[in-house]
Design a binder for this molecule. Structure first.
Ligand SMILES: [Zn+2]
Length: 41
């Protein structure tokens, strides 16, 4: 799965890790993130 790098702050979203701060389960691809998800920075 592809990682996503934020253009603004260089935060890296790794689909294999997810985003626990936003209740995104590990294994969620970037394309499957809920609408309105933003990087945590
Ligand atoms: Zn960002």
């Amino acid at each position: 799965m592809d990682k996503y790098v934020c253009d603004v702050c260089a935060y890296v979203y790794d689909p294999e890790v997810g985003d626990s701060d936003a209740d995104i389960a590990a294994g969620t691809s970037f394309a499957d993130l809920p609408e309105g998800w933003v990087c945590p920075m």
